[in-house]
Design a protein around this ligand. Sequence first.
Ligand code: C2E
Ligand code: MG
Ligand code: MG
Length: 576
Amino acid sequence: MKLGSRLSGIRSKTSEIQDAFGASASAPLWGFFLLIGIYLVGYFMVRFVSTSDGFLLIGGARIAYRSLTGVTSSLCNLCILLLVVFYRKWGLIVSLAMMVLSVPMMVVELFRGNYSVIPGFFTNILTLTAALLIYIFMQRAGKYQQKLQEQAVTERTTGLPNRFAVTELMNTLIQKNEPFALAVINLNHFKSINNALGQQSANDALCQIGSRWLRIAENGSSGTRDFVACHGGNEFLILLRDWTSDEQLQKSLECYAAALKEKIIVDDVDFVLSAAIGCAVFPGDAGNPEDLADKAYSAMIRAKQTDHNGCILRFSPEMFRMDRFMETERKIRSALDNNRVFFVLQPQYDMSHQLRGFEALARFRDADGTLVDPENYVPVAEKAGLVDRIDHTVLFLATEFFGKAVRETGSDAILCVNASVRHLMRSSFIDEVKTALSRSGLSPSQLEIEITESVMIDSVEEALNCISRLTEMGVHVAIDDFGTGYSSLSYLNTFPVDILKVDQSFIRNLDSGEDARQFVAAIIAIGHVMHFRILAEGIENQQQLDVLREIGCDYIQGFLWGRPMCPEEAAKLLAS
Ligand code: C2E
Ligand code: MG
Ligand code: MG
């Protein structure tokens, strides 16, 4: 069978497309009869006024009935045109009938010697011509409109409804709060079919698959009420309704998968395909078409990864998290490869508002320029093994900038750089720090490495070794997010660190609860006993600052005195 004829066979077979768009809007029937009524009244008024010798008195003025002929006949002509515009074929038929019926009456009038009907006769012919022209033009426009509408909801290759049609149908069902499942079906290894047989034959294969699935949907053999669509490429969408249990939904989808087991023959070559199927359900999994499609797509991707020979999976939140994870990982890689990672600097102060230094915080922009928050990407970068590349980038960029700024301003402020667990434990870390210092010309005493507390817990020995080497070089070391891990005071005592950074989660409640105040006071006291200086993170208001002053905190970092800023702004602060 030729591709074209098969396409037309599939195209628009499903009446569900109308579901998606609703019944086509048409003018109401009463309007039809109203226009005919007005025409008839107008027509008989024309007859009446054209033969009457009477007068109409309006505000003392005498107006001859005959002079109203033009008004009433214009009204009739308007009705004819409106009938054609609003009721197309039937409007035209009725208009023609009414005008034709008026001809014998005119002829009778002429025989009676009433020649005043002659201009009316010509007006009628002109109106009829205009009505005919309007009708022909509207028919043509209607055809184009229909074609455009069909194209808008049709996928070109298979002739099946497209994604837009499915989305419209989903919107309609969501409005009615009717449950449905959306399945995304991706044909496995279709690329090799494309490469081996060529695009034309591959398209033919897609059409064969589309028509098989359409048959299943139309004869109801899946056991559910289904709407088959093609998303383009080797991806199809099926919207399923009226299932009673998860098993039935699964069986219905298996029915579509089973249809692929039958051989596909294209250009005398036969082959069998399989598909990865992912599905998500309204309202259980998502409440709008976009989320539902995203989730069904996630399930499909997972199905593809699970079994390359065909697998059906229902969406679960775990899949989405993994997808988000992979997406973020991809963004981080692309930012690192394309030098889109940069840093901002947040100032740290002593309690008398003297600048102590800055913490360098990594930032990166997405390919479209959107700023991504470290809270979103740091955990992913850590898990994906990319955080050391981020650390490395920030270490080199920030020291280079800070070295120059310090030379220009003569400031003795400190630059604090975060180091992840992975990065710190790498044998090359110390060399990296040395290189960064020598390249930037920054003095080791003006660099501080912040290590998250959890690093210590995992490998005390290694951490101690690394920290000792840093301090031997003259670099400061700070323990970041202190209080959030499981610090053992016994080993903390042995670390040659300079600063404990109290995590902002303790500071947040400082102004409201006595417990929080006592806790932070205890940390500060113990820290001081161990000869650490204490820096509190996340100070947002004056009360928190007042409490910290009272309980003997040494330094603060927070929005109250300074948000993370661009290097240029930080340079101005250094200079001042
Ligand atoms: P952190 O090292 O504890 O950094 C302090 C975080 O607290 C920063 O968030 C900072 O913007 C935020 N902060 C400071 N003051 C306030 C405040 O008053 N209120 C609030 N709500 N937040 C405040 P940011 O920049 O989002 O960084 C989050 C975490 O990401 C950092 O926590 C750090 O652990 C990590 N990170 C950032 N840059 C790097 C990096 O270059 N390497 C590594 N390994 N981790 C980084
Ligand atoms: Mg930090
Ligand atoms: Mg912190």
